[in-house]
Design a protein around this ligand. Structure first.
Ligand SMILES: [Ca+2]
Ligand SMILES: [Ca+2]
Length: 211
């Protein structure tokens, strides 16, 4: 996949639901769940919660070693602050070359980094390895806006034969929206307000009787 395709991939993120992976994938946990009507998976959290994420590479279905892997990683730093991010020892062994560079004019409008991994040997097919981990903390003002707060896209994958195997990674993208607990339904909120009003009026009546 070319860099010019990145925008299209990321724009599609919000509409892609996470499906069980039977082939190659790069995915993160927790995957969240569907808590509302927008397509992106959600994670219900509170301010100051810390969330530990684990990022896993699965090379199932490839026919030759994976020698090059480019990942686009976006984080909404207005909702999540980085407490720690690290590569695992397994990742360092598997990919001796590693770079990270900021993507200019990120399509989602949130800080986005292109991480490139490569190695002369790489990772054999049908392997699973945790490549990185991170801890993020929820910032005040986080919201349910149906947009990814954390998004991961496989932008390029090349095997030992020089074949572009990017399309074998499924899903190609994963995202999650951290959000607060749902607010009460409008009807029950109105009911509550009605009861409150009744309570106020009877209180006033009682007061006026005493006067
Ligand atoms: Ca959702
Ligand atoms: Ca959010």
């Amino acid at each position: 996949m070319k860099l010019t395709d990145i925008s299209a991939s990321l724009v599609l993120l919000g509409a892609i639901a996470v499906t069980p992976a039977y082939g190659a994938s790069v995915s993160f946990t927790p995957i969240g769940s569907q808590l509302d009507k927008d397509a992106i998976n959600d994670l219900e959290v509170n301010v100051d919660d810390t969330i530990d994420f684990s990022f896993v590479l699965d090379t199932s279905g490839l026919t030759a070693n994976l020698q090059s892997l480019d990942l686009i990683f976006a984080l909404d730093t207005s909702e999540l602050i980085i407490r720690q991010e690290f590569r695992t020892d397994a990742d360092r062994v598997a990919f001796s070359n590693f770079t990270g560079s900021l993507v200019e004019n990120p399509p989602l409008g949130i800080p986005t980094v292109l991480f490139k991994r490569s190695d002369s040997i790489g990772v054999s097919p049908n392997s699973t390895l945790e490549i990185s981990g991170a801890t993020y903390q929820v910032l005040p003002g986080f919201k349910n806006d149906g947009l990814p707060d954390l998004a991961l896209t496989v932008s390029s994958a090349i095997d030992a034969n020089g074949i572009d195997v990017t399309s074998l990674f499924n899903p190609a993208s994963q995202g999650i929206d951290v959000q607060p607990a749902p607010v009460p339904e409008t009807t029950s909120l109105l009911g509550f307000l009605g009861l409150a009003a009744l309570g106020t009026s009877s209180l006033l009546k009682n007061c006026s009787k005493r006067v």
